[in-house]
Write a protein that binds this ligand. Structure first.
Ligand code: FUB
Length: 327
């Protein structure tokens, strides 16, 4: 008998999965998660507990269908430039080809973002020999606008090393702004037509409050931490992300894919486990939030499971807050 997917339950239980990036390809939902290893790790602020080595792609025929694991799609040993920590990936499609974007530490221990290509949404994917020139930090999210232009959003604090790039060069001793200074924003760049390089040096995305003032670094309920996602709804651009230390998924709205974005509120209240990471996708006229928590492992930060929930909008375009453990 086909197993149906229950809301609030892990989409798969035979492996740990996290950081789900969901897309509709070929009429199905494809989910590109991190693949958490089933090992015992102490958590630290550098994220050493997230020592993932490969990616598996998941898919669902529809929003209630059984979630299928298509097996290993890419392993770190097959990525010449990468040494470890295959963190949150994303995927995109162009002209019948599929692109897996992923961060990993290079051989100097610096996070970079690479791309691997394949002819099927579920892979396998073959990595390009080098990371994307000019890429750094973690959590790539690729959004393709209606005009065909693809954008990559990325960046994460702490273990994700975004603070270390404030001068434009990697500075191992680099620190974040003071609490009263503007927070660091995610970075973004347009992708080239072949999806393999940036068209320009990535710029910083501005997130402001209702009065147009930048969100400050000390405003941990609203400031950007990691896990950017972009979607379009009714002609407006929604940038959503994790606040890290305060464990919320929040969002801001803009009129241009590169911002500025005005902060709006919370999409997902905290989940069990330190990290929270999501994606938003429309499938057959309904909207869905994909996220993870650590319930299956009893709360282990490094053993997470991907879940999904319905997402809905108010008439003014704001998003209704989701309680991951509510009715
Ligand atoms: O999975 C490793 C890291 O944890 C991701 O890159 C972050 O977004 C956080 O979920």
């Amino acid at each position: 008998m086909t197993q149906r997917t229950k809301r609030g339950e892990p989409l798969v239980k035979h492996i740990y999965t996290a950081d789900p990036s969901a897309h509709v390809f070929e009429g199905k939902i494809y989910i590109y998660p991190s693949h958490d290893l089933d090992n015992e790790r102490e958590s630290n602020d550098n994220g050493d507990q997230y020592d993932m080595e490969d990616y598996h792609v998941l898919s669902m025929e529809d929003a209630d269908a059984e979630c299928v694991d298509h097996g290993e799609a890419l392993h770190v040993k097959d990525v010449p430039w990468a040494s470890k920590q295959m963190w949150a990936p994303d995927a995109a499609s162009r002209d019948g080809k599929y692109y897996l974007f992923f961060p990993a530490r290079d051989h100097e221990d610096v996070f970079r973002i690479g791309v691997a290509t394949g002819s099927r949404p579920e892979g396998p994917f073959a990595a390009e020999p080098n990371y994307i020139p000019g890429s750094f930090s973690i959590d790539p999210a690729v959004f393709v606008d209606d005009d065909g232009q693809a954008y990559m959003y990325f960046g994460g604090l702490w273990g994700g090393q975004l603070e270390k790039w404030r001068t434009g060069e990697y500075d191992a001793a680099g620190e974040g702004p003071g609490a009263d200074e503007p927070a660091l924003g995610p970075r973004a760049a347009r992708l080239s037509d072949d999806m393999l390089t940036f068209r320009e040096q990535p710029g910083e995305i501005e997130i402001v409050d209702d009065a147009g003032n930048p969100i400050l670094a000390g405003d941990e309920e609203r400031r950007y931490f990691e896990g950017p996602w972009m979607h379009e709804y009714n002609g407006r651009y929604y940038l959503s992300y994790s606040t890290g230390t305060t464990h919320q998924i929040v969002y801001a709205i803009g009129d241009n894919p590169l911002g500025p974005f005005v902060f709006q509120g919370t999409i997902l209240t905290p989940v069990l486990g330190w990290t929270t990471h999501h994606s938003i996708v429309q499938f057959q006229d309904e909207w869905y939030l994909f996220y993870h928590d650590s319930s299956l492992s009893g709360g282990a930060d490094n053993k997470r499971s991907v879940k999904m929930a319905e997402l809905s909008y108010n008439e003014d375009g704001t998003i209704r807050t989701i309680d991951p453990y509510g009715e």
